[in-house]
Design a protein around this ligand. Structure first.
Ligand code: NDP
Length: 318
């Protein structure tokens, strides 16, 4: 090839490299550490008043991922001088037994938060079980009363994962207001509450929000227009570099187990093909280590807040 052509190719490559942005990795740990530090004096104050914020986690069956998740939650609670008690029920527990346990915990004054670990075994209707949790102890924010308050713009308990995402955006000073956010996934625990938060006239809201799902005809047409992408589909590597525009901020919620030849036999990957978005996106959360640590932290926040509300209530009554 003539030298002139070679030089032309070299300059084209250089131009492309120069135009690439340095994509920032939005790690969850610094955000989580900052929030947990802020909780310490609040927990100390509660402890001084003889109150220990307590979470009751109900786990039905022996799904290994759920076991790990609940164990991690317990550790986080212990570290912050809060309590967490796990109620392990058999996979074939019937609805009446589960509802009876929830009722007992609803009336237990020492319990400030009740968590039902999802997914539930197929024979249990998750709606019936989640709706049985007292809205005052619904630290996951899944009760229709709490979801309604969120839609209204007056949330008390905000679902932990979407709340954690807002905290990441805030910590890294990523502007939300006036931008176009595209959410991929419309579940009750991530996609829908995320929509309700980003669309509110809040400091960390006020975005124009599009929500995509399996009925969306041309996903790329939407993601290419996004200033912010929230990927919460549970589909490994589905968002790739050719589906985004330059400068987009990407939150990867997905946690997908894919088999590999490591000792564990699997690794965790997100819904975003991180490698392919590097140099195009302004920022992206890593998996693991992005949104994951925030979910447990926001559960702590909600449980401490519930304990504080309970203290206020007792003070008003006495
Ligand atoms: P669900 O399975 O409940 O919902 C997935 C949503 O994504 C559905 O609305 C589905 O659409 C949509 N979807 C799936 N595939 C596609 C596709 N190819 N194109 C467009 N939309 C699609 O999942 P969750 O919301 O519970 O969780 C999503 C992911 O986030 C999972 O990987 C989960 O492990 C992870 N997660 C991570 C958390 C964390 O702490 N980091 C916490 C919670 C979840 P449709 O409604 O049409 O079926």
């Amino acid at each position: 090839m003539p030298l002139r052509n070679l030089l032309k190719i070299e300059s084209m490559i250089l131009r492309k490299v120069k135009s690439k942005v340095e994509t920032l990795l939005l790690k969850g740990m610094p955000v989580s550490d900052t929030i947990r530090s802020g909780l310490e004096p609040r927990v100390k104050s509660l402890n001084e008043d003889g109150i220990v914020p307590q979470l009751a986690a109900i786990i039905i069956g022996d799904d290994p991922a759920s076991q790990v998740y609940v164990r991690n939650k317990s550790r986080a609670f212990d570290k912050l001088d809060c309590k967490s008690h796990t109620y392990q029920l058999e996979a074939d527990s019937n609805k009446q037994d589960v509802l009876a346990l929830i009722d007992t915990l609803n009336h237990d004054e020492e319990v400030h938060g009740i968590l039902i670990q999802l997914p539930l075994p197929g024979h249990l209707d998750s709606k019936t079980i989640l709706h049985a949790v007292s809205p005052e102890k619904d630290v996951d924010g899944f009760h229709p009363e709490n979801l309604g308050l969120l839609l209204e713009g007056n949330p008390i308990f905000i679902p932990c994962t979407p709340h954690g995402i807002l905290e990441i955006l805030k910590y890294y000073e990523i502007c939300v207001s006036g931008r176009h956010a595209v959410i991929v996934g419309r579940s009750n625990i991530v996609g829908k509450p995320m929509f309700a938060l980003l669309a509110q006239k809040f400091e960390m809201g006020n975005a124009t929000v599009t929500i995509c799902h399996t009925g969306t005809k041309d996903l790329t047409a939407h993601t290419k227009q996004a200033d912010i992408i929230i990927a919460a589909a549970g589909s490994p590597n589905m968002i790739t570099g050719d589906m985004i525009k330059a400068g987009v901020d990407i939150i990867d919620v997905g946690i997908n187990r894919v088999n590999d030849d490591s000792e564990k036999g699997y690794k965790l990957i997100g819904d975003v093909n991180t490698e392919s978005v590097m140099g195009i996106a302004n920022s992206v959360t890593p998996v693991p280590g992005g949104v994951g640590p925030m979910t447990i932290t926001m559960l702590l926040v909600n449980t401490v807040m519930s304990a504080e509300k309970n203290r206020e209530l007792i003070a008003c009554q006495s």
